[in-house]
Ligand binder design. Sequence first.
Ligand code: ARG
Length: 588
Amino acid sequence: MDTVLNIISAKLKEAFEAAGYDSTRVCASISNRPDLCEYQCNGAMALAKQAHKAPLAIAEDVVAQLKGSDMFEAIDAVAPGFINMTVSGSFMAGYLNGMTNSDKFGLEAPDKVKTIIVDYGGANVAKPLHIGHLRSAIIGESIKRICNYIGHKAIGDVHLGDWGLQMGQIIAELRARKPELPYFDPEFKGEYPKEAPFTISELEEIYPTASKKCKPDSETYDPAFAAEAHDNTVKLQQGDPGCRAIWKHVIDVSVADLKKNYDNLNVEFELWKGESDAQPYIPAMLKDMKAKGILEESDGALVVNVTEDDDKKELPPCIIVKSDGATLYATTDLATIVERVKLFDPDAIIYVVDKRQALHFQQVFRTAHKAGIVDDGVELFHLGFGTMNGADGQPYKTRSGGVMRLEVLIREINEAVLEKMKEGRELSEDAEETAKIIGLSALKYGDLSNQATKDYIFDINKFASFEGNTGPYILYTIVRIKSILAKYGQEPSGCIRFTGEATEKALMIELAKFNEVIRAAYEEKAPHKICAFIYDLSNAFNSFYHEVKILTESDEQKKDSYLSLMLLTKNVLETCIDLLGFKAPERM
Ligand code: ARG
């Protein structure tokens, strides 16, 4: 189905043509004066010069063509040349019935199905998930779901940080604690144990202890330990069996824990690849870059010059190999693109990563194009997000000022929701489960309702509130509709008629925006547009609900139409929250 705006635009174009005007640039838009009309068209203004006529006269000619059309309840030319339109209830009802009876509410499938890789999550193994990773998970999951809903094939890849210095440090610490383990015996020939020699909680303690021993400014700094850690990292990269076996344990233990955490967030990855998976692609990639002559030597390092003629600021070169022969974050990201092209031949790769990494991605993308790692037509996009701050405007911390762990944050928000639920009533036995569902909506909506690139303030009390522009308010609206439908006790026919109520019409107009909103959210990679839409839709529904008696309506046909309208509202809201990555409880 076409969008309402396109349908109205097409009608207007016809009228412009019929009145003898050029219609190429004519289109309808949502009125910016909702007190005067629902839709408007400014096309007459733009034509005045070309047609040598006053815009108002042009608008009047066009309106004359459309008087009597059953699409409009009112259509007027107003000074200095606007066309103000109020659509008819029957047109709106017809459109909504089309939505009800179509797959995906009439959203049209794309001409070409694209393969889109969404690189998000970006957790680092052996390090606990902290809230820096939260935004990536929340936004990335939503972007992926939107791409799939539009009809593309999106593949989410967690792209684990599993290849850093932390591995050598962990191995060194483990050896200090348990030197008797077979991994450290160069003579060992048997099979290494299947069971990891540590649990996730031990690992989470091992890593920071080891990391401190390697930092020159820390109290526990141990230069010999740091050197050993460095050697271990080299040994691991060269394939030393003991180091690799420990590394494998670290990954298995971490991934099991990460999956649990992501599961709690309703975040799911198709691929659990990591930086390590890209390493085998590096040698051939370097060879190819050398052959193409784009690798330059600079102070012993190998770099790619990524400046372009119309750059306003000078972009530093992308360092590919350091002077000591080590490869870097950029090298790994480039080799990951090589792998992705080979395995999936993607049309686009979207990186949902902190905006402070913008320069890195700019260098990587330019290098990838310059080196021919991807074709020109492949879109490489960094969706850089801002920081989640506390009330003080600083990155969100625990009460004692430490880095906030994700689990703790989730626990806090669930507790805040439970408190709200307690206000004025008894809690049912499934209250804690319900609080988790609502808590997730509070967290995700609180994040996604802001434009991704902006920093935002995390305010538990605000986000967990059942009123205002929050996740719980949206859920509350859905639950309210569910309960009315349950009371009705039968399935509404689905057939919507306009009965003349103003709040009914307003609700219809909101619902009809669905198609446009989903398209815009996809094209602009902007889940916040879906949030704004469902907030307006919930408000429109709640006004309708307060103004119009529904279950007590004696005219059965009217009642059925109201309930059909409510059912469509509920289905649209539920689809939208699914695209945002959360769901509604049965009760709240
Ligand atoms: N692991 C990285 C971090 O914690 C994020 C990885 C982002 N993705 C990428 N392809 N570079 O900062």
